[in-house]
Design a protein. Structure first.
Length: 250
C-alpha cells in the first residue's frame, strides 16, 4: 500500500469530516444557500485545504453542492433561504496535500420535518453503512451495490442508478465506478490501499431525475416527480483486513 497516500488522505478526510459536522451545527432556518457556501469556503481555507470544485474544467459555481428538497445532487448555491423542515444535502470534495476526499450528508433544517423524510434519511444512511461493511480485500464492487440496494428497497425508497460512487485519490473521480446496485460476486475485486467513495442516493417517490431547466449552470439535478431526495457518502480505505472510513469527524 502507498502509505504516503493513505496518511495524506487520512488527514484530509478528517478535515472534511470535521467540516461537515460543524456545518450541520451551523445551518439554521433563514440562511441562504449562498451564505452557507461562503462560510464553507472560508472554513476550507482556514483549515488548510482547498476547494476541489475550483479545479474542475467545467466550472462549478460554489465550494459545496447544496441540494434542497426535490434536488437530488450537484445543487448550485442560490439565494434561496432555507426554511424550517426543509431537507438539504451537502456534498463536497476537498484537496489536501495532493489528494482528494469526498463526503456528503443530508439533514432536516430546524427542529421539525416530515416523518417520511426523516425515515428516508435514516434508511439511506443505514444503506451507506451496510455498503461500507462489505469492504475488505477480495470483496467485489457488486457486493457493495447489492447491500446498498437491498436496504433502500426494503425501506421502500427509490434507488438512483444513473449517479454512482467512484474511486478517488489524486483525481476527484477515478475508475472504477461504485454503483448503488449490483450482484454479489460481480465486478472489480477490492485490494488493500484502494480508496473509494460509497454514496447511496434515494428518492421518496420515483427515482427518475433530470437537470433542472431553470439552473443556468447546468448542474442541479432534480427528481421528476418533485419528491424529496437523499444522499450520504464517505471516502473509504480498503485495509489489509477490512476497511477504514477516512471522512469521519473526530
Amino acid at each position: 500500500m502507498n502509505q504516503d497516500k493513505i496518511e495524506k488522505m487520512r488527514e484530509g478526510g478528517k478535515i472534511l469530516g470535521n467540516l461537515l459536522r460543524d456545518l450541520k451545527d451551523y445551518v439554521k432556518p433563514g440562511m441562504s444557500e449562498k451564505e452557507i457556501d461562503a462560510w464553507v469556503r472560508k472554513e476550507v481555507n482556514k483549515r488548510g485545504a482547498t476547494v476541489a470544485y475550483d479545479s474542475l474544467p467545467e466550472k462549478f459555481p460554489g465550494a459545496i453542492c447544496i441540494s434542497t428538497n426535490e434536488q437530488l445532487v450537484h445543487g448550485t448555491p442560490t439565494d434561496y433561504r432555507l426554511e424550517e423542515g426543509d431537507k438539504v444535502s451537502f456534498d463536497m470534495v476537498i484537496g489536501y496535500k495532493g489528494y482528494f476526499t469526498d463526503a456528503a450528508i443530508t439533514m432536516l433544517v430546524g427542529k421539525t420535518g416530515s416523518p417520511a423524510v426523516k425515515k428516508m434519511l435514516s434508511v439511506t444512511e443505514s444503506a451507506l453503512w451496510e455498503g461500507i461493511e462489505q469492504v475488505k480485500p477480495g470483496a467485489h464492487l457488486g457486493d457493495i451495490g447489492y447491500a446498498v440496494e437491498k436496504v433502500l428497497r426494503n425501506g421502500h425508497l427509490g434507488v438512483i442508478e444513473n449517479y454512482v460512487g467512484h474511486f478517488i485519490g489524486k483525481e476527484m473521480h477515478e475508475s472504477p465506478e461504485v454503483p448503488n446496485y449490483g450482484k454479489r460476486g460481480h465486478g472489480y475485486i477490492l485490494k488493500p490501499g484502494d480508496t473509494l467513495c460509497i454514496e447511496p442516493m434515494s428518492s421518496l417517490g420515483k427515482p427518475a431525475n433530470h437537470i433542472e431547466k431553470d439552473d443556468a449552470s447546468g448542474w442541479t439535478v432534480v427528481l421528476n416527480d418533485g419528491s424529496p431526495a437523499c444522499h450520504f457518502e464517505h471516502t473509504v480505505l480498503v485495509t489489509e483486513t477490512g476497511y477504514e472510513v477516512l471522512t469521519l469527524p473526530d
